[in-house]
Design a protein around this ligand. Structure first.
Ligand SMILES: [Zn+2]
Ligand SMILES: [Zn+2]
Length: 273
C-alpha cells in the first residue's frame, strides 16, 4: 500500500489503472474512491466516488457490510447522481443475497456545482469530470472564520461588545486543502477559482509512453504529454500523480516522469505508487 506525506495530510492506499483506486486522507476522515476496501478503511466516515468504473467503487459493498456487521453507523458515501439509482439497486440485491435483508447505508447523489458541508468545517465542491462515463471531481476546502475587514481596527472589547449586540463580526473564508480529479482527460482549472490553489492536487497520469497517446485519447485519460504544460498554471504545494497503467513498472514510471519534469517541479510532483 502506498503512503505519501503531503504537508499535514497523509495519503494512503493504492491506485493502478483498471485494477483499483482507493486513497484515504486520514486527517480529513475521508477516502477518494473505493475500488477495494482494506479492513482498516472501514472506520473512515466519508467516501467520495468519482465515477462508476469497477476499479473505483467495487469496495463499497465490503465497506457497507463490514460497518453494518460491526455496529458502526452508516458512513457517508457520495456518488455521481447519474449512477445513484443503479448503485442502490445493486447494493440492495447484494445485501439480499448476502444477508437475506437490507444493509443500512447512506448514499448521497452529487451534482456538479454542489457544495456539501461535512465534518462541520469542511466543504466538498463537486466539479465536472471529463471521462468516458459520467464522472465528477472533488475539491475539499476548510472553512475558517475571519474578522470582517471593517472591524480590523477595533479593540478586543469593542469586538466583544458588537458580538453581544448581535452583530456578525466574522465572515467565512475557504482554504482549499485537497482536490481529487478521478479519471480525467484534463484538469478543469477554469471551473473553480480555488482549484489551482489547493495544497494537494491528486491527478491521474495513466499513460507515460509516446506510443500510448492514442490510447489515452480513446479511453479519456491523461497522458504525461498533456500534464507537463499544465503544471505552470498550478499553484499547489504537492501534485500527486496516480492511476498509472499496469503495463508500466514503477521504475519505468519514475524514469519517464522525472526525466521529463523541469528541475523546479521535481520537489512538488510525487508519484502514488
Ligand atoms: Zn480508473
Ligand atoms: Zn475510469
Amino acid at each position: 500500500m502506498a503512503l505519501l506525506h503531503c504537508g499535514n495530510l497523509t495519503l494512503e492506499g493504492k491506485s493502478s489503472s483498471a485494477v483499483a483506486t482507493y486513497i484515504r486522507v486520514k486527517e480529513l476522515d475521508l477516502v477518494f474512491d473505493l475500488g477495494r476496501c482494506p479492513m482498516h478503511f472501514i472506520g473512515t466516515n466519508h467516501v467520495f466516488i468519482s465515477h462508476f468504473h469497477l476499479d473505483h467503487y467495487f469496495g463499497l459493498p465490503i465497506y457497507i457490510s463490514q460497518r453494518w456487521l460491526s455496529d458502526i453507523p452508516p458512513g457517508n458515501i457520495y456518488v455521481p447522481s447519474s449512477g445513484f439509482r443503479q448503485l442502490t439497486h445493486i447494493l440492495d440485491m447484494l445485501s439480499a443475497l448476502d444477508m437475506g435483508r437490507r444493509w443500512v447505508y447512506r448514499v448521497t447523489p452529487v451534482h456538479v456545482g454542489d457544495a456539501l458541508r461535512f465534518r462541520q468545517n469542511l466543504i466538498a465542491h463537486i466539479l465536472p469530470g471529463n471521462h468516458s462515463v459520467p464522472a465528477v471531481s472533488y475539491l475539499i476546502c476548510e472553512v475558517r472564520k475571519k474578522l470582517k475587514p471593517e472591524f480590523h481596527e477595533l479593540q478586543g472589547h469593542e469586538i466583544a461588545a458588537l458580538r453581544q449586540s448581535g452583530t456578525e463580526v466574522t465572515t467565512e473564508v475557504q482554504l482549499p486543502l485537497i482536490a481529487y480529479l478521478g479519471d480525467t482527460r484534463g484538469i478543469p482549472l477554469d471551473v473553480h477559482p480555488l482549484l489551482k490553489q489547493c495544497q494537494v492536487l491528486i491527478c491521474e497520469c495513466t499513460f507515460v509512453l509516446p506510443e500510448h497517446r492514442a490510447r489515452a485519447k480513446k479511453t479519456m485519460h491523461l497522458h504525461l504529454d498533456m500534464l507537463l504544460p499544465m503544471l505552470d498554471e498550478l499553484e499547489s504545494e504537492h501534485v500527486v500523480l496516480t492511476h498509472f497503467s499496469r503495463r508500466y513498472t514503477p521504475e519505468l514510471i519514475r524514469q519517464k516522469v522525472f526525466s521529463r519534469l523541469p528541475e523546479k517541479e521535481r520537489a512538488r510532483v510525487k508519484l502514488f505508487l
